[in-house]
Ligand binder design. Structure first.
Ligand SMILES: *Cc1c(COP(=O)(O)O)cnc(C)c1O
Length: 243
């Protein structure tokens, strides 16, 4: 078995154990493999090991990879999970299936307008600044309801739920606190008109805590692909690799 396949198997075991601990079924927690800086050949290896959802942070790098793996396009769901500037929305609307980090209406409006007519609506989450850090992106929790209603009304998008990247914490109780706040916020938003079903939260270092608090998508990079080299090393021809 390849290293990637073995890592995927270990992550799936970890998801199953955390779900069981929380009284949840493992099938309710989707694994999003974060493939930023990972070469297309390695992504293909993960696909061959059964992985179907992949997450990218940088527009140019992500689109190059989607095109390079074009033969798999109908069998992979590509998630854009990075911060998005308005001049890059068209490429994302034309190539990706999901966007996790919507943090203002203008970006959502552009994505909706630019989503090609023949494609399914773009599945989106609103990023919440749940740890209230001045430097982090995301919407303040009190501003989420208004943005959620506006995003849900856009025809090219389908609002699925909320996403967060909490401030790193080492002890499990401290890790769970922001995830618990996310769970409560999603619950408070859910109505018949707003049937939200997604909590995108948990990374390699805090996956168990996120699953304990109701994560439905965990975004895992390092535990599958190993420690990242810089994007420019992995993609020497795609300068600037960071956008
Ligand atoms: C890189 C990244 C991840 C994956 O992080 P790991 O610690 O490598 O698992 C998840 N979410 C976002 C938004 C990221 O940028």
């Amino acid at each position: 078995m390849s290293v990637i396949a073995a890592n995927l198997q270990a992550v799936h075991r970890g998801i199953a154990a955390a779900a069981q601990q929380a009284g949840r079924v493992p099938e309710d927690v989707a694994l999003l493999a974060v493939s930023k800086t990972v070469a297309p050949g390695i992504v293909r290896e993960a696909f061959e090991a059964g992985q179907r959802d992949f997450g990218e942070n940088y527009v140019q790098e992500g689109v190059e990879k989607i095109v390079a793996l074009g033969d798999l396009r109908s069998r992979i769901a590509w998630h854009f999970i990075g911060p998005l500037q308005s001049n890059k929305t068209r490429l994302v609307a034309e190539h990706f299936d999901w966007v996790h980090a919507i943090d203002r209406l203008r970006i959502a409006q552009r994505l909706s307008e630019q989503r090609p007519a023949g494609m399914a609506p773009l599945q989106v989450c609103i990023q919440v600044n749940i740890s209230d850090e001045a430097s982090k992106s995301g919407v303040a929790p009190q501003d989420v309801p208004e943005l959620a209603r506006a995003v849900a009304a856009l025809p090219g998008l389908r609002l699925r739920g909320l996403m967060a990247i909490p401030e790193p914490a080492s002890d499990p109780a401290a890790q769970r606190r922001p995830f618990a706040a996310m769970r409560a916020l999603l619950q408070s938003l859910r109505t018949a008109d707003l049937p939200l079903d997604t909590l995108s939260m948990g990374m390699s270092g805090d996956m168990d805590a996120a699953i304990a608090e109701g994560a439905t998508i965990v975004r895992i990079g390092t535990a599958i692909f190993g420690a990242r080299v810089s994007a420019t090393t992995a993609f020497p021809n795609s300068l600037p690799a960071r956008d």
